[in-house]
Design a protein around this ligand. Sequence first.
Ligand SMILES: CC(=O)NCCS(=O)(=O)O
Length: 349
Amino acid sequence: MSALSGKVQTVLGLLDPSQLGRTMTHEHLTMTFECSYCPPGPGQEHLVKIPIEMKNMFWLNQNPYSHNENLLLNQELEAVREELVAYRQAGGGAIVENTTTGISRDVRALQKLAKETGVHIIAGAGYYVDVTHSDETRKMTVEKLTDVIVSEVLRGADGTDICCGVIGEIGTSWPITDSEKKVLQAAAHAQTQLGCPVIIHPGRNSKAPEAVVQILQEAGGDISKTVMSHLDRTILDYGELLEFAKMGSYLEYDLFGTIMLNYPFNLQVDMPSDCQRIQSLAFLVAEGYEDRILVAHDVHTKNRLAKYGGHGYSHILNNIVPKMLTRGFTQNQVDKILIDNPKQWLTFK
Ligand SMILES: CC(=O)NCCS(=O)(=O)O
């Protein structure tokens, strides 16, 4: 038992879990994503610096990672603040902000946003994918990495006393690199010490989630308190999905609002529509996994913000929930996905 036991840790301090309300478990409010820049297709090179304005938005929505400025969500704090106010008005209570070391975590900005908007914000500890690991990170032992993660939760992150309330999103590539494996082992060891929630960004291959869970299990991690993110672009086959679900993690569909003809990070993947995402959730509910489902938008580029005609942080509350209700979900099931499951996951053991 620790002081954190039975509580949720937000950037403003400890919170009784009953105060969370509807929670998006995978968002970014401020981050940079230059590590994932994708050169545009042939003949489109002149588009990488076009202004982010209405007449360019179709191209930008289809090619969000091929435009330098679009990757700088950290330039949009005022727009994000306004969107969080709208999120509260739409019935939102909390947001898990998944930005970790490597993609410009800014816990001071998160604390300010939480104070100004009343949204409960939970910050993430740990490291993003290998390409963002510094030489110093690569040289660290699992023990040292564990100490850093534990300290970000217990003492504060980025030289502040603002404490993280989850570990993650811990970034992994496919195949998982040696440095990422050490970080996963450290996340599991830190979780054992702290009894805290963990969230994983899997590599873009259907085998990646299982491989990550195996590493976490071998390192003593608590899979029942671990979220596997981005399943909507990772496991598209329902048979494979069921096999993975049996491993016991939370199952997160967190790309709601993303519409993309060609998914540039894995051209084999047909990015599902929101209707198909809802069908996947219905399938998991029918198979008995309603206690394990989480949802979010994973806003991580500018074009996803309402300021640029995007869906913003309230799309699930405003549009997806009503659609779910017309597709046979009960209000009780919706509340589980938006309130109860996040609460269970975020509460320290
Ligand atoms: C910030 C982040 O990692 N988002 C996920 C993008 S992906 O295309 O689903 O990997």
